[in-house]
Design a protein around this ligand. Structure first.
Ligand SMILES: Cc1cc2nc3c(=O)[nH]c(=O)nc-3n(C[C@H](O)[C@H](O)[C@H](O)COP(=O)(O)OP(=O)(O)OC[C@H]3O[C@@H](n4cnc5c(N)ncnc54)[C@H](O)[C@@H]3O)c2cc1C
Length: 469
């Protein structure tokens, strides 16, 4: 029986305002956007690397769980403290430490929001490519934890491709620095890429050096609608195989289109699929380039093509995509939102399969997202008051994952594993790879205190951890 660990050391270090144990704070920091919840015993708000080190060193010595947290906007339960212990929120580490436009990089503390990074970078016509829709309420630490992405990943990659280096603290309280300030490096194992996407299970990120890229002068946005998903995916493949790389290709299925009809003008009847395509360049496109792009978009089955050449007109076209997530709430009280990925050539099979699975499991499936990467948000909607409907949706989810793996895809493109997809990890990752991952975890976090119960499909009980009294 654990007696509970004395927390007075934390109070001395941080003071009562930054070491909280009142029920309101513990409640607020016990849940995340997955809607799962579990109470921590203490919530701590470090402001410096030294404070992070002291807290972790204390927690490792006393075998107390530490769950790092940004703004809790992740969708998988990744920042829910399932074993109690400490939530360590880095939300007060909000300083931009360096901005070097000539080297196209910015150094920021973990609690800076994605939006604040973009605002600083924009001053010099630069931007940081990861662009989750949650930019204003997600942090650099959280974006790194989940390897966040967004529409522009098709051209610029996800967070992992756009972090040059980190200052982080391992599971024993040791600071380590990874990466470089240059765009090339060939020096040992790439710890930066390992930490990105590790969901706070290997280290606490205190600072990050982020790679910026020039903001393009011109953006052309096309909205095209098609009579079938196959027509849309045919256009998409043509677009990806021509020499001007699209900077975004977003897809919406027929249910999604019908959901936003009231709010978005000009959507033709009978549309079964929509593509939103963005092309960037440093000068207005030549007539021949535009003809080629429009040729790709105009495969048989095209119903409507609309082009926006000004930022204002583009905002109107993007309205179709942006108004979708809130509109989903009208379809049912329960929603399982997955972010699977398949090779783009397999998208037609995926979309046909999803339609079949929705019918078989009597579950509404709404699909939209970053089709340029083959990364679609598959939303299973159901009435959560009805047990049978909930069961059907969960069975449908398993069938969706089986389909994705059959199509040589992956179970998550940007949301990560967290709690919700842990049981499915062995479906995709073989036992030898899981063995290596467990070994890596042990090296970074020998006492197993960092975000226990997340990512790796290990047993759900944690006898090695102590409560805090
Ligand atoms: C409306 C909405 C839209 C969204 N759109 C997108 C989207 O387009 N693309 C996308 O990728 N995601 C999206 N998300 C999901 C979410 O915003 C991202 O996963 C985001 O990166 C989480 O950031 P956060 O600061 O909220 O982190 P949290 O949710 O608090 O944490 C996420 C993970 O990172 C870890 N972590 C947090 N801070 C640190 C740190 N300092 N050191 C180590 N680990 C840390 C946590 O332990 C956890 O495992 C969306 C969410 C919402 C609610």
């Amino acid at each position: 029986m654990n007696r509970g660990v004395d927390r007075s050391v934390l109070h001395q270090l941080l003071g009562p305002e930054r070491c909280r144990e009142d029920p309101a704070t513990c409640l607020a920091y016990g849940y995340d956007n997955s809607r799962r919840t579990s109470q921590p015993e203490v919530v701590v708000f470090p402001e410096t690397i030294e404070e992070i080190c002291c807290i972790i060193e204390w927690a490792a010595r006393n075998r107390v769980a530490v769950v790092p947290r940004g703004f809790g906007s992740n969708t998988t339960g990744a920042s829910v403290p399932v074993t109690g212990g400490l939530v360590m929120s880095t939300e007060r580490m909000t300083r931009i430490l360096d901005f070097e436009p000539r080297d196209r990089l910015i150094v920021a503390q973990a609690g800076v929001t994605n939006e604040a990074i973009q605002k600083t970078a924009t001053r010099e016509r630069l931007f940081w490519p990861p662009d989750p829709s949650s930019a204003s309420y997600s942090t650099v630490g959280g974006n790194i934890g989940t390897n966040a992405g967004g529409p522009h990943a098709v051209r610029y990659g996800t967070t992992r491709d756009n972090v040059l280096g980190l200052v982080a603290v391992d599971g024993q309280g040791h600071v380590f620095r990874t990466g470089v300030k240059t765009t090339k490096s060939a020096i040992g194992y790439d710890l930066t890429r390992l930490i990105v996407g590790s969901e706070g299970t290997l280290a606490i990120v205190a600072e990050a050096t982020l790679k910026l890229v020039p903001r393009p002068a011109e953006r052309l946005t096309y909205r095209t609608l098609y009579t079938s998903p196959e027509a849309a995916t045919g256009s998409l493949i043509e677009l990806l195989n021509q020499p001007i790389p699209p900077s975004a290709i977003e897809f919406m299925d027929q249910i999604a289109i019908d959901l936003i009809r009231d709010r978005v003008p000009g959507l033709p009847k009978g549309a079964q699929a929509l593509l939103l395509t963005e092309i960037e360049s440093d000068r207005p496109l030549e007539t021949a380039d535009r003809a080629r792009l429009e040729g790709c978009l105009s495969q048989s089955g095209l119903l409507d093509l609309d082009v926006a050449e000004s930022p204002e007109a583009a905002t109107l076209l993007w309205m179709a995509r942006k108004s979708l997530s809130p509109a989903l709430r009208h379809l049912g009280s329960g929603k399982i939102n997955e972010d699977i990925v398949v090779p783009t050539s397999r998208l037609p099979e995926l979309l046909r399969g999803l339609a079949r699975l929705g019918a078989e499991h009597e579950t509404t499936i709404v699909t939209f997202g970053h089709a340029g990467n083959g990364n679609l948000h598959v939303n299973l909607i159901f009435d959560e008051q009805e047990a049978a409907a909930t069961l059907r949706a969960n069975q449908a989810l398993e069938s969706v994952f089986r389909l994705v793996l059959q199509l040589e895809g992956t179970l998550s493109g940007e949301h990560g594993i967290g709690l919700s997809k842990r049981p499915f990890m062995p479906w995709q990752v073989d036992e030898s790879s899981l063995f290596l991952m467990r070994g890596i975890k042990k090296v970074f976090d020998p006492t197993g205190i960092l975000n226990p119960g997340k990512l790796l499909p290990d047993p759900p009980d944690f006898p090695h951890l102590n409560p805090v009294k």
